[in-house]
Ligand binder design. Structure first.
Ligand code: NOJ
Length: 551
């Protein structure tokens, strides 16, 4: 592995970075087995370079039974053989670093996969053994222990407990899992668990990884003292306690863990960064993002803002203030592997409960695709002009829509199977990328595609968009290249745009301005040179669903 000079001394590279999320199984497949791999990523480094991103974040690529798309990790310090080898990983890091692209990997500390050697050992070991203590095993209630220990539901529904068969062949204890039953929760009071994650951080940092995305970072510590067991039915933020005393999430004690991780991160030059996936109340985000802990925490607030100028403005104000008050930078997110692509979301009516809508309409979903894409580009452009880092999800640069009609028999997402009444699957945003107009997997690889690609994917392929003025891909390339030249101090100034409440207008200290029209009527442009439009002007004015950058 080589050390690159650009990495030295640039401790703050992440503060205003554009980070591109790769879902490895669905990005590019070099060996033709229908599953994306590390050699596939290597082959697309020129594409990533040309796109103009600063870093990639790779969703899990570890050995896994794929009960939850790889978030069921069976070995934290290895690569799924279907995805590659550690040598491929080193090659990939070198190829990305050589182009100045940093690498963030996903760490999944709340639970392992059920094929992890520790869980398998726990199953074979007796009740009360040190092997069982690494997870959360409890006796069931009822005369024969046949009733689950508590009413806890899993995030994917229904139960958060699964009963095991003991080594002697009889039904025995139960183990807790906040997600699928193939994802047993670790017991973070166990020192071996803590030490093992420190080892994992060192392992990847030594290989040159620049940062970490921490999966459900707020869940590690549960209230299990004195025989207490959480009874949670809903995972909605609204039921989470706001003061660090919740039974399941965001407990104050979790911060000791991240303080210990920071010590490891700071042993490296530059220090490794991390970003918490912590669905917590906004006022509870700062400690995760502090320089004593992970450094950054995702702000998912934009997902709830829809296409509403006032809501977007509130989210921007709140997050920039919180970040500034706490010495970190914020993170803008519109899409990832867990949520309906924003080009589709924004093509649905504002304030729609998407899960309910989908449960009713899943066999014939209607989306205003044109409006969705226009709004998606406009909102993305506005966020790219703000201080903070922006996390992009693979395929959004093509304007990809959600694939909403994957046949049930081809679904993979446990959320779909464990919650059949809703039917909402995350597979629709995880479909392998279309790189070409033809071929059995549209250039994803020489073989097939592990999730079906819809026919309309052809029009969103890289081949269909590369070099075509007006394509979404060329729009993203231009936006990122302009952004690279314009990023400045982490300050912004909100402009009252003729008191039009449907307009979001702000300036950066170097004079860079962004104006977004959320309304239905065209608005006048401020003075200055127009450098980027998400859609052409309408009669010299900024049309609805459009953002302009002005210098
Ligand atoms: C959050 C991840 O983003 C999601 O994909 C996964 O299902 C859960 N955490 C459980 O690991």
């Amino acid at each position: 592995m080589s050390e690159f000079t650009f990495l030295k001394g640039s401790e703050d590279w992440w503060r205003q970075a554009v980070v591109y999320q790769i879902y490895p199984r669905s990005f590019a497949d070099a060996n033709g087995d229908g599953i994306g791999d590390l050699q596939g990523i290597i082959s697309r480094v020129p594409y990533l370079k040309k796109l103009g991103i600063n870093a990639v974040w790779l969703s899990p690529f570890y050995p896994s039974a794929l009960a939850d798309g790889g978030y069921d990790v069976d070995d934290y310090r290895n690569i799924d053989p279907r995805i590659g080898t550690l040598d491929d990983f080193d090659q990939m890091i070198d190829a990305l670093h050589a182009e100045g692209i940093r690498v963030i990997v996903d760490i999944v500390p709340n639970h392992s996969g059920s094929n992890h050697v520790w869980f398998q050992e726990a199953l074979k070991s007796p009740k009360g053994s040190p092997a069982r203590d690494r997870y959360i095993f409890r006796d069931g209630k009822g005369e024969h222990g046949e009733i689950r220990p508590s009413e806890l539901a899993s995030h994917f529904g229904p139960s958060g407990w699964t009963r095991i068969i003991e080594p002697d062949g009889t039904p025995g204890q139960w183990y807790m899992h906040l997600f699928a039953s193939e994802q047993p929760d670790f017991n973070w009071d166990n020192q071996e668990v803590r030490d093992d994650f420190l080892k994992t951080m060192r392992f990847w940092s030594d290989r040159g990884v620049d940062g970490y995305r921490i999966d459900v970072a707020h869940a590690l510590i549960k209230n299990l003292a004195n025989g207490h067991l959480p009874e949670r039915q809903s995972y909605d933020l609204s039921v989470m306690k706001k003061d660090g005393s919740d039974d399941l999430f965001d407990r104050d004690e979790v911060h000791d863990i991240y303080k210990s991780w920071r010590k490891i991160f700071n042993e490296y030059d530059p220090p490794r960064m991390a970003v918490a996936e912590a669905w917590v109340w906004p006022h509870r985000r700062p400690p995760y993002a502090s320089t004593e802990e992970l450094g950054q925490s995702f702000n998912f607030d934009m997902l709830g803002a829809g296409w509403d100028a006032a809501k977007v403005r509130d989210v921007v104000r709140l997050n920039l203030k919180t970040a500034a008050d706490n010495g970190t930078s914020t993170t803008w997110v519109l899409s990832n592997h867990d949520i309906i692509r924003h080009a589709t979301r924004l093509g649905l009516p504002n304030d729609l409960d998407v899960a309910k809508w989908y449960a009713k309409n899943r066999f014939d979903p209607h989306v205003n695709v044109e409006q969705g894409l226009a709004r998606a580009k406009a909102l993305t452009q506005a966020l790219l002009a703000l201080p903070g880092s922006t996390y992009l999800y693979q395929g959004e640069e093509l304007g990809l829509q959600e694939h909403l009609t994957i046949p049930a028999e081809q679904m993979q997402d446990p959320q779909f199977f464990r919650n059949p009444d809703v039917g909402l699957s995350r597979d629709g945003c995880r479909v392998p990328l279309p790189w070409a107009r033809s071929g059995q997997s549209l250039g994803f690889g020489p073989g097939g595609s592990h999730l079906p690609q819809p026919a309309w994917y052809v029009d969103y392929s890289v081949e269909a968009e590369d070099g075509f003025a007006g394509s979404t891909l060329e729009f993203y390339r231009r936006a990122l290249s302009l952004r690279a030249g314009l990023v400045c101090e982490e300050k912004w100034h909100e402009v009252k745009h003729w008191f039009n409440s449907n307009v979001l207008h702000f300036k950066r200290p170097n004079g860079w301005q962004s104006v977004t029209n959320f309304g239905s009527k065209p608005v006048k442009l401020p003075k200055g040179e127009v450098i980027l439009l998400s859609q052409p002007l309408v009669g010299g004015k900024l049309g609805p669903n459009t953002t302009v950058w002005i210098k």
